[in-house]
Design a protein around this ligand. Structure first.
Ligand code: CUK
Ligand code: CUA
Length: 687
């Protein structure tokens, strides 16, 4: 059966109103359902039916209210989309809010066969761009997605994502939500913090995690002196070229930092615009040695009562780099610590024991840090910080000479939220309301970060990491929904063995003045462990999304592919032992349908999907050669392999594109070296 996309659905294509439904009783919901689901039925009869369903399914009025607040009718778009990291899957995921319907896997650091990611030449080249010391590494650990921003709010044009495991950053273009670039940090092995962006996406900021030598050589990790002098962390500022939509490696730089494990980071806003902040742990510089009877890292790295917030000034750093005051290490500009100190680029502020999250308030004045082993969120006041910096009032220096600012003199105050506070998000600007995740307590706390008062608390299931609110880390948070990205999901979903999904719980925060956060929905997330996520207004991204590609587009460049093939221009050419094919695909055939080559030939197939109709995707599945691609309407993609074995290799379209989809196939015929090609094996329609 074919899929006729033209029929139905269109009339309901609207975006739900952004505001969450607030304060409706079950009876009103009955009427609402009547209005959207079955327009001809009257409200009274639906209410009767609703009561019956509630009874049969054991639903309370509360459950029904939650359902009404999350239900998005068939054919209606969600008002928001959530861009979630996908942890060890190496991907990103996009789902609608409040329906929690999964919309897309965005393949980034790891191969993904549906989209041909890592299996066609164009994506293989992008992956190669992120090579790790010369090796193409196909694993990734995505943590903190960040939308590009204009004036401190998401503009939704690009998204960035870090790979903690390999110290990489990727750029995604939201015209087609595809990865366009992967870059490897030339000096840092793992970058955990970030990606967070500066107010106008001048830079994408990532902080180091595990300190290591910059030089990729051996230096004994258990020798304290070696560790102290050669191991290094850093803050990397990746220059983003908005016009090209790519990171500009040439104008990116790293500020050298001590071998403390810099952790989560955030960019300043407004008054703190020029600064980047990160937390850190292991300011002890503990080198471990569990093998020799020493305490493990977990103990040695959390011995001190305080660690450091690191703050670096990218604006001044930019000038220092312009003056040539940097070292080139592995071809990358590094501002040595000494230069950074002399130029006032770096300061440390003590923060409670083994901190984790750090988030800058919408107005840029307050920096919220929470300590995993502390029960508080520490709220630092940027004005107090700047007062100390401007007057050079230091509490001493760390062993590397970096000025330390007094914790007492920079704190606005602390608010006790509970056990294991990790991350923060903000409610509508000027409300001064933030939400704090409590990993150990398995709860989310709503609090006023100016009055330092806890307002509300809700249990979650279980062990929450990050939180995401609508535009919740921008200058203009929108409130309404909060997602709790939980690590454990014990007992929440159908039992399926030892590997559990994570659990994303949707919480209603539509009334910032009310005390009642309200649990709405739980979504199992079975695709790697998400860390951070950002929720963006759907209207912003829908405006930008392309419906189809202009005919012959290479998504890697978003420009016309040199291999674009128009109907009638298909050809198969053999030069030496290279067979090159210019192929087209349209319902429901490939042209050519037969490709001849000989054992040992390199085979390159450029395929253009000639379709102009939306969602008429074809693709190219082929036996044995371990290549594939997705062919969205208008796209040109290339697969390449060596025909190393004699035989017949069927290929076909794997998308059910029409009634005659099964007939959309062909053969690659690999002849023995000494065999003769049949008549018409090669053709060339060139003018
Ligand atoms: S980290 Cu995972 S819960 Cu990478 Cu932002 Cu805190
Ligand atoms: Cu094209 Cu199936």
């Amino acid at each position: 059966m074919g899929k006729d996309k033209k029929k139905g659905g269109v009339s309901r294509r609207k975006i739900l109103k952004s505001a969450a439904v607030g304060g409706v009783g079950a009876a009103v919901i009955g009427a609402g359902l009547a209005a959207t689901k079955t327009p001809k039925a009257d409200a009274a009869s639906i209410s009767g039916e609703l009561a019956k369903v509630m009874k049969e399914r054991g639903l309370s009025p509360d459950d029904v209210l939650s359902a009404a607040k999350t239900y998005v009718p068939e054919g209606v778009h969600d008002p928001y989309v959530c861009l979630s990291s996908g942890g060890q899957s190496g991907h990103l995921f996009l789902y609608g809010v409040p329906s929690m319907r999964l919309i897309k896997t965005i393949a980034v650091f790891a191969p993904e066969t549906w989209q041909g990611w890592g299996y066609d030449k164009e994506s293989q080249e992008i992956m190669k761009g992120g090579s790790v010391e010369g090796r193409v590494v196909h694993t990734g650990d995505t943590h903190h997605p960040g939308f590009s921003e204009t004036n401190g709010d998401y503009d939704g044009e690009y998204a960035f994502i870090n790979d903690k495991s390999q110290g990489r950053v990727a750029v995604i273009d939201t015209r087609d939500w595809q990865t366009k670039q992967i870059v490897k940090n030339p000096v840092l092995k793992s970058t955990h913090g970030g990606t967070s962006v500066t107010e106008n996406t001048e830079y994408v900021f990532t902080a180091c995690q595990y300190a290591a030598p910059y030089d990729n050589k051996y230096h004994d990790p258990m020798n304290q002196k070696v560790y102290d002098t050669i191991y290094r962390g850093g803050h990397t500022y990746w220059k983003f070229d908005r016009k090209k939509g790519r990171i500009d490696m040439e104008n990116s730089f790293t500020i050298e930092l001590p071998p403390y494990m810099q952790d989560i980071n955030d960019c300043g806003k407004r008054m703190s615009h020029e600064w980047g902040f990160s937390n850190s742990f292991n300011t002890e510089r503990y080198v471990g040695g569990i093998e020799r009877g020493n305490p493990p890292f977990e103990a040695g790295c959390s011995a001190n009562d305080t660690d450091f917030i690191h703050m670096t000034n990218w604006k001044k750093a930019e000038e220092v780099v312009k003056k040539g005051n940097y070292k080139l290490i592995n071809g990358h500009k590094v501002i040595p610590m000494k230069v950074a100190i002399e130029n006032g680029l770096v300061y440390l502020i003590p923060v409670m024991k083994s901190p984790h999250g750090i988030t800058v308030s919408p107005d840029g004045r307050y920096i919220l840090a929470s300590g995993k082993l502390d029960t508080h969120v520490s709220v630092y006041d940027f004005k107090k910080i700047m007062h100390l910096i401007e007057n050079k009032i230091y509490d001493g220096r760390d062993p590397y000479g970096i000025p330390i600012l007094s914790m007492r003199k920079t704190l606005h105050g602390m608010v006790q939220t509970g056990l294991g506070p990790l991350h923060n998000q903000f409610d509508v600007a000027d409300s001064h309301i933030a939400y704090n995740s409590l990993f150990v307590d398995s709860a989310v706390v709503k609090y006023d970060y100016i009055k330092l008062k806890v307002l509300d608390r809700i249990p979650i299931h279980y062990n929450v990491g990050h939180l995401a609110a609508v535009h919740g880390d921008t200058v203009n948070p929108r409130g309404n929904y909060l997602i709790s990205l939980n690590k454990l999901a014990i007992d929440r979903f159908v039992e399926i063995g030892p590997l559990h999904p994570q659990n994303h719980e949707l919480i209603d925060i539509s009334n910032p003045l009310s005390k009642n956060m309200r649990m709405l929905y739980a979504m199992p997330f079975p695709l790697g462990e998400p860390h951070y996520a950002q929720i963006i207004d759907s209207k912003i991204v829908e405006k930008r999304a392309w419906k189809v590609y202009p005919l012959g587009t290479d998504p890697a460049t978003m420009a016309r592919s040199p291999y674009r093939t128009l109907p009638g221009r298909e050809k198969v050419v053999r030069k030496g032992n290279h067979v090159e094919v210019w192929m087209t695909a349209i319902r429901s055939h490939f042209n050519p349908e037969h490709i001849y080559c000989k054992v040992g030939d390199k085979v390159t197939i450029h395929i253009t999907n000639l379709e102009r109709a939306e969602d008429e995707t074809h693709d190219f599945g082929v036996y044995y050669f371990n290549v594939t691609t997705s062919l969205e309407p208008g796209k040109t993609a290339t697969v390449e392999f060596v025909a190393d074995k004699e035989g017949i290799y069927p290929y076909y379209c794997q998308e059910f594109c029409s009634a005659l989809h099964l007939e959309m196939f062909g053969y690659i015929a690999v002849l023995p070296k000494d065999a003769k090609f049949p008549e018409g094996a090669f053709f060339n329609n060139e003018e």
